[in-house]
Design a protein around this ligand. Structure first.
Ligand code: PMV
Length: 349
């Protein structure tokens, strides 16, 4: 996680995706969360983005996704417009942005966290180069996290290695709704060996956008209880991470995943993103855990895919279980073999 700002016109970063253990669901103001969330970054699921600035008459933004020019629903233009209040030079340049993902576009994996994470890191590096500031500072990561948040809330947790917390909590004074902070000190070593097998159930387009999902929490009858639950869960999970309590980790992580989907099912309008195969995978994971006593749990994003979380020491047994019992429920037998990651990487120029 290093970088020095030399060239004020070009920046290239690789930024990982992250998976939340305590879920962010519901926002207030501009991209601020109604509850704090806690996640870890992945190692093999990332976006690589380069941003090139040039001046040439009319202001424009060229965006290439995996080599092809794409409008990305003008989301990048809107984003650049929004952040120009913080970084005024954004209005003075043309942008040529190239972006690609390590995971297949059609896998049904949300890429907004890694995409906005990578873009925010590039913009922060360029900004620091403009003002002659060194990038090797906590201010750099904090700024990058805040810029990422403005693109997609969960992206603010992607700019650090390992675990991160976003949102005010009683745990640390340094926690903020504006940016995430890294969570590395005191974590029990067992959690450095956390693995994530992403079981791909359905690659179809999501039934509901995440912004519509967050909005559904505004008038949700369970909003207050959900915020209280997330607050208790984050405290308990942090304790489990410190003490290496795998059992508690499992209980909280599953409770969070199912609560997220319970919020979706009980909102008005209601939506259901889990598929019959997602439920089958969950019950098989629970049955195997019961029988084998191997510590493992599942978590779920806003989609039907199941993230099977387990620990390095049981890798062989779990992979054999996946092949034997789970792949039949994955779309075309596909899954992604991932693990807790080392964070973003400056890819030079
Ligand atoms: O960052 P968004 O707006 O795409 O929201 C992500 C929400 C969840 O993935 C469901 C939970 C989370 O904390 O990442």
């Amino acid at each position: 996680m290093t970088g020095t700002a030399k060239n004020a016109h070009l920046s290239r970063w690789r930024c990982p995706s992250n998976i939340a253990l305590i879920k962010y669901w519901g926002k207030r103001d501009f991209q601020k969360p109604i509850n704090a969330s806690l996640s870890f970054v992945l190692q093999n699921s990332f976006t690589e983005t380069s941003v090139e600035l040039y001046k040439d008459g009319n202001q424009k933004v060229e965006f290439y996704f995996e080599g092809n020019e794409s409008s990305f629903d003008n989301r990048i233009e809107k984003y650049l417009n929004q952040i120009s209040e913080r970084i005024p030079w954004v209005n003075k340049y043309n942008f040529r942005i190239h972006s690609s993902n390590s995971f297949p576009h059609s896998a049904g994996i949300a890429s907004s966290a890694s995409s906005f994470g990578a873009l925010a890191l590039c913009l922060t590096e360029l900004d620091f180069a403009h003002s002659g500031k060194e990038t090797d500072s906590s201010e750099f990561w904090q700024n990058a996290s805040e810029l990422a948040r403005m693109g997609s809330g969960s992206a603010c947790r992607s700019v650090y290695p390992g675990f991160a917390i976003w949102g005010k909590t009683q745990l640390f004074e340094s926690c903020s709704d504006d940016y995430a902070i890294p969570l590395s000190e005191g974590i029990h070593p067992v959690f450095f060996g956390l693995c994530d097998a992403i079981l791909l159930v359905d690659s179809g387009k999501k039934e509901v956008s995440s912004s519509a999902g967050h909005q559904s929490m505004n008038e949700h009858i369970y909003q207050r209880s959900r915020v209280a639950q997330a607050c208790l869960n984050i405290n308990e999970l942090y304790l489990a991470l410190l003490t290496g309590d795998q059992e508690k980790f499992i209980t909280i992580v599953e409770n969070e995943a199912l609560s997220l989907h319970a919020m979706m099912m009980t909102s008005n309008p209601s939506f259901m993103l889990l598929k019959p195969k997602s439920l089958e995978l969950i019950s098989r994971i629970r049955r195997f855990r019961e029988k084998s006593k191997i510590p493992m749990s599942f978590t779920i994003d806003a989609g039907p895919n199941i993230h099977l979380l387990y620990f390095q020491e049981s890798e062989l047994d779990v992979k054999a279980f996946i092949e034997r019992e789970l792949l039949g429920f994955c779309e075309n037998g596909k899954w992604i073999d991932d693990q807790i990651g080392k964070g973003p990487e400056n890819r030079g120029r």
